[in-house]
Design a protein around this ligand. Structure first.
Ligand SMILES: Cc1cc2nc3c(=O)[nH]c(=O)nc-3n(C[C@H](O)[C@H](O)[C@H](O)COP(=O)(O)OP(=O)(O)OC[C@H]3O[C@@H](n4cnc5c(N)ncnc54)[C@H](O)[C@@H]3O)c2cc1C
Length: 404
């Protein structure tokens, strides 16, 4: 380890793993801590993988959320491909998303269309638009004609529909590639099964060396500590002398990851804006299905939310049936997914957000996501990942800050 900077990275989700790979490739000696028995076993493996262009955040008409998310999402594909050494296109959806406006949406259809168009304008003029999952430099949002909408749904709950050029990736596939890349990197030591409880400066100088305490041991003398613990982040920040700022919430969400026997030619559709659901068709056979109220297990505003293994979970089959029933009420073609179903898994993770309230409330601060990112105290850095889609760019920018 001589001559190399010793860096502790806390949390082996997409954030911690992206930081670890960037740092190790720039000559650091990295120790990557996680409570799990493997990297990528939490939210970064079990999410929808929407590479947000900002269309989802019509509840923030200021466009601040969309503009905050956009640079990271546009760079997701090239940065991840560099980190894992292969194309992500086999794991990416290849068609546009349908955004369907629910009659109880917090944003009415005309306003939604205006918002989607303004997001498209922002995408088109961005210098990295051509580097998105597909070339988004001519991004546009189209309102569906009555005929086009009728082909998707006859439900009175859906009052309008739009087509937007957004893509998603199968997060399980990406997770496996990251795990391989970590294993191939000699300067990353995995410290798994280690629950981090504190990080403290070794002296009274935060610009000096830092130690990490886990439930099982003391790891002293790091040149830098990076906290990417997601739902576990703020408790360790407190031990490091950083007070939690503002409001926040931790919501534990479960969804259905379903595989069909044969390929189905079905669209990706999302019901917006509020506590509804969506269907992601990645490649014809692998689907993500969610219905927000059924999948939400816990909404918790404590600094350290409960261990997910202690949460009371519904029977997976019961949740599967409830989610598919709700989606099918609005989108009758869900019946085709049901009849071709081969297998399913129920899984999920925490969603930490610097906001609170109900998605059904237009005034809830959950509709805004434009404050996340990196904070620092001497040689201790804490990262609110914010979104899966933007983590690789945050990691790249942090590497530049530390090494350039
Ligand atoms: C259902 C669902 C759908 C989502 N959909 C999208 C989407 O479409 N697009 C998008 O951009 N984002 C989405 N997200 C959000 C996205 O999943 C997260 O922003 C992202 O995965 C967080 O990455 P992370 O590396 O910070 O956290 P994680 O992947 O959770 O990694 C944190 C790691 O820290 C470990 N850990 C926590 N506390 C401790 C501790 N005290 N000691 C040791 N280890 C600890 C955990 O075991 C975990 O491995 C979704 C989330 C959910 C749950």
């Amino acid at each position: 380890m001589t001559g190399k900077r010793r860096i502790a990275i806390l949390g082996a989700g997409i954030m911690g793993c992206s930081v670890a790979l960037n740092f190790a490739r720039r000559g650091a000696q990295v120790m990557l801590f996680d409570a799990g028995s493997a990297p990528f076993c939490a939210a970064s493996r079990w999410n929808e993988g929407k590479i947000h262009l900002g269309y989802l955040y019509s509840g923030d008409p200021s466009l601040q959320t969309a503009l905050h998310i956009l640079p990271g999402s546009l760079m997701f594909r090239p940065l991840v491909e560099e980190l894992i050494g292969t194309s992500i296109l086999p794991a990416a959806s290849s068609d546009d998303d349908y955004y369907l406006c629910h009659r109880d949406s917090v944003v009415p259809p005309e306003q939604m269309l205006d918002y989607l168009r303004r997001v498209s304008d922002a995408v088109r003029v961005h210098p990295d638009a051509g580097r998105y999952v597909h070339d988004a430099s001519s991004a546009a949002a189209h309102r569906l004609s009555a005929h086009e909408l009728a082909n998707l749904t006859s439900s009175p709950e859906i009052v309008a529909g739009f087509r937007v050029p957004e893509r998603s990736v199968q997060t399980n596939w990406i997770a496996d590639r990251f795990v391989e890349a970590l294993a191939a990197e000699p300067d990353i030591a995995l410290c798994l099964g280690q629950r981090v409880v504190a990080a403290r400066p070794d002296s009274d100088q935060p610009d000096g060396r830092w130690s990490v305490d886990t439930a099982d041991g003391h790891f002293p003398s790091f040149d830098l500590v990076v906290n990417a613990l997601w739902e576990g982040r703020m408790a360790v920040d407190q031990s490091a002398g950083m007070a939690p700022a503002g409001v926040w919430s931790n919501r534990y969400r479960q969804s259905i990851f379903l595989k069909t026997r044969e390929a189905l030619d079905l669209p990706c559709a999302l019901i917006a804006t509020g506590p509804f659901g969506d269907i992601k068709n990645y490649d014809g056979r692998n689907f993500y299905l969610s219905w927000y109220p059924d999948g939400l297990l816990v909404d918790d505003a404590s600094v350290q939310p409960p261990d997910p293994t202690t949460l009371h979970r519904p029977d997976p089959q019961v949740l599967h049936d409830a989610v598919l029933d709700k989606l099918q009420q609005s989108l009758p073609w869900v019946a085709r997914i049901r009849s071709a179903e081969e297998s399913f898994v129920v899984n999920g993770g925490w969603v930490f957000a610097a906001g609170r309230g109900q998605l059904s409330d237009a005034r809830s601060s959950l509709h805004q996501r434009h404050t996340y990112g990196v904070i620092r105290r001497g040689n201790y850095i804490s990262i609110d990942t914010g979104k899966y889609a933007t983590a690789p760019l945050t990691a790249r920018e942090l590497a530049r800050l530390i090494f350039d």
